[in-house]
Design a protein around this ligand. Structure first.
Ligand SMILES: [Zn+2]
Length: 417
């Protein structure tokens, strides 16, 4: 076993990270050889100075650098790959990323003091959060070889915030490594992009995803294969489908809903249903945590739950409530986006049938419905619908009122006389 086990279908990425982790060890060895002194303060070279320490001479240290940008489509496993790399950098085993040493295990479980991870559930990372990260990046490692700062949603930063980050990424302390993750390189400013080494994940094969679900999550092999295909190799969605019994039925209802719409009124009602369901699903995942956080804050402030909050402490309680509201919005946006991806897959299947293409169908379990829609419409209409779904996704991501965006979509998806 190793830390790379869960980085599925990404051989080139793993090779690049392995080489970097090897090179990082050589850098650490060279640093130790210096006794921590700056190059100018080194002792004069002895006469046989051309015989450099083997660990340094044989490894190309150019494979390692201080700033990384890990990109890949949603669900391809960016953050899993980034965390594996962080573990390999801290690893104390024989081969970097052994997965067995304490450092590897601590990084993977989120307990390593020298791997600072920032994953936001908000739509935007705040300036304060970035300043805190920069402060963390300035510290020397506590126990590890490197101070690793991992930002999982680097695309969720306003331009002003990014500019503050820029200097720290450009000239980090010698033992600091930044790892930024975004869906694509275009999601960060060119100034950031140009200072990072780019590592790009591809969409893993459905087989690789299915194998992961069986091995890691104990999913049934047949179900895992079906889930990997239906989710189009999106690892998170595939796991959801393979482990949540209600997920298939919800997906079926979602994909078949547009077919039965008879009027604009129906479309408006279906949109409301979809948004309500998204809210309920998102609420389920956040409600428990919200309550626990609020209770913890009240305790920390020395207050009773349900009691009166004195005016001097209200700002803190309000801040938490605001954060939680933002998180709920982000969770709802994510659920709706998943629905849009599912709808896209359905109309792509329809289009493939209409064009007589032999690409594999995503929605095998709904092939009757796909055939029916394909027969009753033309490719031009399918393209219009696919465009409408993409448009809706863009509007949802740009914080448009979800109900309006989904209503407009449903009206376009309803069967046209
Ligand atoms: Zn290890």
């Amino acid at each position: 076993m190793s830390v790379w086990d869960d980085v599925v279908g990404q051989e080139r990425v793993v090779a690049a990270f392995r080489a970097a982790a090897e090179a990082a060890r050589a850098v650490v060895a060279a640093r130790a050889g210096d006794g921590g002194q700056a190059p100018s303060a080194r002792q004069p070279a002895p006469e046989n100075a051309d015989v450099a320490p083997a660990a340094v001479a044989n490894v190309d240290t150019s494979a390692m650098t201080h700033a990384w940008l890990v990109t890949g489509p949603p669900g391809s496993g960016r953050s899993v790959a980034a965390r594996a790399f962080a573990a390999a950098l801290q690893c104390t085993g024989e081969v970097p990323g052994c997965g067995a040493c304490k450092a590897c295990r601590d990084v993977l479980s989120g307990a390593h003091p020298d791997v600072v991870r920032m994953a936001t559930e908000k739509l935007l990372i705040t300036m304060d959060e970035v300043k805190t990260l920069i402060g963390e990046a300035q510290r020397r490692p506590w126990t590890g070889n490197w101070r690793v700062i991992l930002v999982e949603d680097a695309d969720r930063m306003a331009e002003r915030t990014t500019n503050v980050l820029l200097k720290s990424i450009e000239e980090p302390p010698p033992q600091t490594v930044w790892i930024l993750c975004t869906p694509s390189a275009d999601d960060v400013l060119p100034t950031i992009r140009s200072r990072c080494r780019l590592v790009t994940l591809r969409i893993p094969s459905a087989d690789a995803v299915a194998e992961l679900l069986v091995r890691r999550d104990g999913a049934d092999p047949e179900l895992a294969a079906r889930a990997a295909r239906a989710s189009q190799s999106h690892i998170g969605l595939a796991r959801h489908l393979a482990t949540d019994p209600g997920a298939w039925e919800r997906r079926r209802r979602l994909l078949l809903a547009p077919i039965s719409l008879r009027s604009v009124g129906d479309a408006v009602l279906a949109a409301a249903d979809l948004v309500d369901a998204a809210e309920a699903e998102a609420g389920q995942s956040t409600a428990e945590r919200d309550a626990a956080e609020k209770a913890a804050l009240l305790r920390a402030l020395g207050l009773e739950e349900g009691g009166r909050v004195p005016p001097s402490l209200r700002a803190q309680v309000r801040q938490l409530e605001e954060d939680q509201k933002r998180r709920a919005r982000r969770a709802r946006t994510d659920v709706l986006d998943r629905a849009m991806i599912d709808l896209l897959s359905f109309y792509r299947d329809v289009l493939a049938v209409q064009l007589g293409s032999d690409v594999e169908q995503v929605n095998i379990d709904l092939s009757d419905a796909v055939a029916q829609v394909a027969a009753s419409t033309g490719p031009r209409q399918s393209l219009t619908r696919i465009g409408a779904i993409e448009e809706c996704r863009t509007r949802l991501r740009s914080n448009a009122a979800p109900l309006l965006a989904v209503e407009a979509l449903m009206v376009q998806l309803r069967p046209q006389a």
